[in-house]
Design a protein around this ligand. Structure first.
Ligand code: SF4
Length: 214
């Protein structure tokens, strides 16, 4: 609904049914896959230009890079729908965008949980194109992760990823809590995948006096 620009409009039962069908179709043709690598911040094998990412990773001791994709089947379906069913294409495209964001949330939750278990704290995931980190970093990022061979992700001449429903991201792992995360687990988009809450832990919190993270 978010990626359709929903703002409280009335949804007819017919439209709701089509949305459900397109979500089902997306789940059928998507094959989520991902790769990630963790590096010492002082030993990062690629240059990340710009002030925004420098601020984002300031004082990070490690940097996690990851790439995820839904695969080529989703693009094939988008092309098919664009020729046969324009409404279906719009609904399917929104479902696929939600699906790749969900996959990125799953990966980020995993990175945060692993950091928290070591008493470390993550910054939120940052992708090329945010702030002044240019898309021109994508070739190096994909090469570093070997993402073309491992996931089949390639780039257009303007550095857009193919399959289109793919993401790359950069997460800093820091010795101190980082700003900009969800203010509470109740509003956190990663909650569905979070392995911390069930253990009474919180990704952005310092250990309490009793030594048990909040
Ligand atoms: S649900 Fe809570 S602990 Fe888990 S990632 Fe989100 S904010 Fe962190």
């Amino acid at each position: 609904m978010r990626y359709l620009g929903y703002a409280g409009q009335q949804i007819t039962p017919e439209l709701e049914e089509r949305m459900d069908l397109m979500c089902d179709l997306c789940n059928e043709v998507a094959h989520p896959a991902s790769v990630s690598c963790t590096y010492d911040a002082a030993d990062l094998p690629l240059e990340l230009p710009g002030k925004s990412i420098a601020e984002h990773l300031a004082n990070a001791q490690e940097v996690v890079l990851f790439a995820a994709t839904l695969g080529h089947g989703v693009d094939r379906e988008l092309r098919r729908l664009s020729a046969t069913d324009p409404l279906g294409q719009v609904l399917f495209d929104a479902a696929a965008t939600a699906a790749i964001e969900r996959e990125a949330n799953r990966l980020e939750a995993q990175v945060r949980a692993q950091a928290a278990e070591r008493g470390l704290f993550c910054s939120w995931r940052f992708s090329p194109g945010y702030g002044d980190l240019p898309l021109s970093v994508q070739p190096d990022l994909l090469r570093t992760l070997n993402a073309t061979r491992r996931l089949g992700i390639t780039l257009t001449p303007s550095n857009l990823m193919v399959p289109t429903k793919s993401v790359t991201a950069i997460v800093g792992v820091h010795p101190t809590p980082q700003p900009g995360l969800a203010s509470s687990c109740a509003v956190c988009e990663l909650a569905e995948f979070c392995a911390l809450r069930s253990r009474g832990m919180r990704c952005g919190a310092q250990p309490t006096e009793r030594g048990t993270p909040l």
